[in-house]
Design a protein around this ligand. Structure first.
Ligand code: NAD
Ligand code: IPM
Ligand code: MN
Length: 352
């Protein structure tokens, strides 16, 4: 079993080192890792944020462990050369359309949530974010209108099959959890969302055991901080899911805690190719200072073990070790503590 490790930029290498430490400590027979450049570092070393050799390595691997990309020094490059294009390119090239972003309250962190402890304690939700469509991948440009004004545009669109496949993933996820699914859209304004809602309702006929509800995204943003305990599984489009998942992270205490799995069609089968990454970015403001919380990265490794390698027990072991470390007060600066990145990784290893 081969895991491609793409550390990337900023805090990416720091948190990747801790995830690898955990993987090594698990001592699972038959796993090999291979590193490759991605993002700004790949642009500097190879002239492209997603060099062909990196893409080939990912295609040949059983799973991809991804740190983060993004470098302020690259923000003025032509868009196709910017670090962020690497992660978008991987999601597209590997058809990773289903992004699972769980947010659960860890014991001992209630006081770190941006919400009141009694509200935060209820959080146990899963955001299923569509990852291959929406404004992200539509036609886009900054063009000059006939009268000389510049106009920027990004086409928002979803084809029905794109909605149908993510809806199936979300309904199946709900069947495995609390059997409630909330579809988040903006159907009161957007035609894209109207089609989204229509298709989700069609798909729901195949899942009579799942209770389906719909919510407009503005209300969802409000409800997520008012009463996040009401949500079980949330399914939404690429852009809304991006925003709501960052918001959910502060509801549980830190963006340094939220992991994700990006999966394709056969998402639960053993051997499925998948990409696993924290939901946060390269955090240039704290890079190189040992201040990054590697837990989101380590929990992403746990998702990799479960979803791509079928190693459920090992995944649970990693998750339990992270929970124990937090319960024991092992916290980085993001959670009001003083442990550095390597110390957090060591603390997780010690609790495996
Ligand atoms: P960010 O998530 O990198 O950082 C936002 C804030 O959260 C910062 O203050 C940062 O210090 C903090 N933070 C993030 N992760 C942390 C961790 N593990 N521990 C402690 N604190 C943490 O978002 P941004 O600042 O908007 O973006 C920075 C760069 O990252 C940009 O270039 C952006 O495009 C990129 N980005 C990449 C990904 C990805 O690789 N998937 C995701 C998001 C953003
Ligand atoms: C994320 C990031 C990416 C996204 C960026 C870096 C392209 O914010 O993974 O959440 O918007 O999907
Ligand atoms: Mn994001």
């Amino acid at each position: 079993m081969k895991i491609a490790c793409l550390a990337g930029d900023g805090i990416g290498p720091e948190i990747m080192a801790e995830a690898k430490k955990v993987l090594a400590a698990l001592d699972i027979a038959g796993i090999e890792t291979a590193d490759a450049d991605v993002g700004g570092v790949a642009y500097r070393n190879h002239g492209h944020p997603l060099p062909p050799e990196t893409l080939e390595l990912c295609k040949a691997a059983d799973a991809v462990l991804f740190g983060a990309v993004g470098d302020p020094a690259c923000d003025n490059l032509e868009r196709h050369l910017r670090p962020e294009q690497a992660i978008l390119g991987l999601r597209q090239a590997l058809t990773l359309f289903a992004n699972l972003r769980p947010a659960t309250m860890f014991a001992g962190l209630e006081d770190m949530s941006a919400l009141r402890p009694e509200v935060a304690r209820q959080i146990d939700l899963l955001i299923v974010r569509e990852l291959n469509g929406d404004v992200y991948f539509g036609e886009k440009a900054i063009r000059t209108l006939p009268d000389g004004r510049r106009q920027g545009f990004d086409l928002m669109s979803y084809a029905e099959d794109e909605v149908r496949r993510i809806a199936h993933v979300a309904f199946r996820a709900a069947q495995g959890r609390g059997k409630r699914l909330c579809s988040v859209d903006k159907a009161n304004v957007l035609e894209t969302s109207q089609l989204w809602r229509d298709v989700v309702i069609e798909v729901s006929a195949e899942y009579p055991d799942v209770e389906l509800s719909h919510m407009y995204v503005d209300n969802a943003a409000m409800q997520l901080v008012r009463n996040p305990g009401q949500f079980d599984v949330v399914v939404t489009g690429n852009l809304f899911g991006d925003i709501l998942s960052d918001q959910a992270s502060m509801c549980v205490g830190s963006i340094g805690l939220l992991a994700s799995a990006s999966l394709g069609e056969t998402q639960t089968a053993f051997g499925t190719k998948g990409l696993y990454e924290p939901i946060h970015g390269s955090a240039p403001d704290i890079a190189g200072q040992g201040k990054a919380n590697p837990m989101a990265m380590i929990l992403s490794l746990a998702m990799l073990l479960r979803h791509s390698l079928g190693l459920d027990a090992q995944a649970a072991r990693v998750e339990a070790a992270v929970a124990k470390a937090l319960a024991d007060g092992v916290k980085g600066a993001d959670l009001g503590g003083s442990a550095n990145c390597a110390e957090i990784g060591d603390a997780v290893v010690a609790r495996l």
